[in-house]
Design a protein around this ligand. Structure first.
Ligand code: ACO
Length: 329
């Protein structure tokens, strides 16, 4: 499979750490020193995640020079669908990709990486020729804005890549590993409400709805700094790749301290560690393609560059991929 284009879109309103201090007792100094985050974008009254997904997808298609009708498959990685039956078909209609089958995939902050790997399997078998993969989340809907331990971390965004089957054996996904461990799932969850209502005599039904995000920050931190280096080390070993041959380290943007700890483990210099946390915070499934899009468009990532990527988060779920950026044909 070949990575041909990328695009992203963020809500218009950026809320700084200082501004967040109007809502919870916090400070720019605390948030920056613990997380590296300086601001986050939040979907406002006249915006929607669906709109952002459409813009990100159209930008990725424009970069590749493709018509939306040439897509065969749309995978939307999101934990915050606008419709629990699935948001991907609405995206298909919004961008006019009438020939594509479209469905959602949920794996929290690992969602984009899981979707990218899923897309690659359709492309490698020849079942599909052109695929759009979108990572998008609006966690601002589900954050408890009075819980300063978690609300400062998250932001909203949508970002996309377009991929095509290779006709000459080239593969921009040079290796991958994916993991899940549901036994530790309670450290980061967005669980259903447990309320129920009477239905008929002697029967009730459970009401729909979700509680705000519940996070044990220290356990999530320990999980990330243990599992991400381990899975990346295994991936590099399996693909016979040395850390110093990588052009970029592109990790899920959860916390600058996690990025630094992983880079240190492999002696990767800061100049090769991509980070845009200070502007966006943790945008869940969107972070990896959002960062990719920024670095491709500003010229840091060039065609042929090799990128080690890792996503991690709720589930628990985590994964790693060794990628090459090709860009438009
Ligand atoms: N502002 C000011 N003070 C705060 C804030 C805040 N926003 N949040 C917590 N504090 C206080 C606490 O109340 C506590 O004070 P106390 O000792 O008087 O009780 C003190 O700061 C330390 O709190 P900790 O929770 O121990 O802070 P810690 O150093 O662990 O940092 C953090 C918290 C930043 C959340 C860290 O644990 C972390 O980054 N964890 C990873 C979280 C993460 O990345 N989650 C997303 C995963 S991806 C996904 O799938 C969604």
């Amino acid at each position: 499979m070949v990575l041909r284009g990328c695009g992203s879109a963020t809500p218009s309103r950026s809320i700084s750490n200082q501004e967040l201090g109007q809502r919870v007792e916090t400070s720019d100094e605390w948030i920056r020193s613990r997380t590296g985050i300086g601001a986050r974008h939040v979907v406002g009254e006249k915006e929607s995640l669906g709109e952002l997904c459409g813009q990100a997808s159209e930008r990725a298609l424009a970069m590749a020079g493709w018509d939306a009708e040439s897509l065969n498959l749309i995978l939307l990685a999101t934990s915050t669908p606008e419709d629990l039956f699935g948001s991907a078909p609405r995206l298909q209609a919004r961008i006019g990709a009438g020939n594509a089958v479209a469905f959602d995939l949920t794996a929290a902050c690992s969602g984009f990486l899981f979707a990218l790997v899923t897309a690659s399997q359709y492309l490698r078998t020849g079942a599909m020729k052109r695929v759009l993969v979108v990572g998008a989340d609006q966690l601002s809907r589900w954050v408890d804005w009075d819980d300063r331990r978690s609300c400062v971390l998250f932001g909203d965004a949508a970002a996309a890549v377009v991929l095509e089957a290779s006709d000459d054996g080239q593969d921009d996904l040079q290796g991958f590993l994916l993991r899940s461990d549901g036994s530790r799932g309670e450290v980061l969850q967005l669980p259903q409400i447990s309320d129920h209502d009477p239905l008929i005599a002697e029967a009730s039904h459970q009401r729909g709805g979700f509680q705000p995000i519940q996070m044990n920050g220290q356990e999530v931190y320990k999980f990330a700094v243990r599992e991400v280096p381990a899975i990346l080390a295994k991936l590099l070993e399996e693909t016979h790749t040395t850390a110093d041959s990588l052009d970029w380290l592109l990790l899920h943007q959860a916390n600058q301290r996690i990025l630094d700890a992983v880079a240190d483990r492999f002696d990767i210099p800061n100049s090769k560690v991509l980070s845009n946390l200070s502007h966006y915070g943790n945008t869940s499934a969107a972070t990896i393609p959002l960062m990719l899009d920024e670095a491709v468009r500003d010229g840091r990532i060039k065609p042929g560059h090799q990128i080690a990527s890792s996503g991690f988060g709720a589930g628990l779920s985590w994964g790693a991929a060794l990628l090459r950026w090709s860009g438009p044909a």
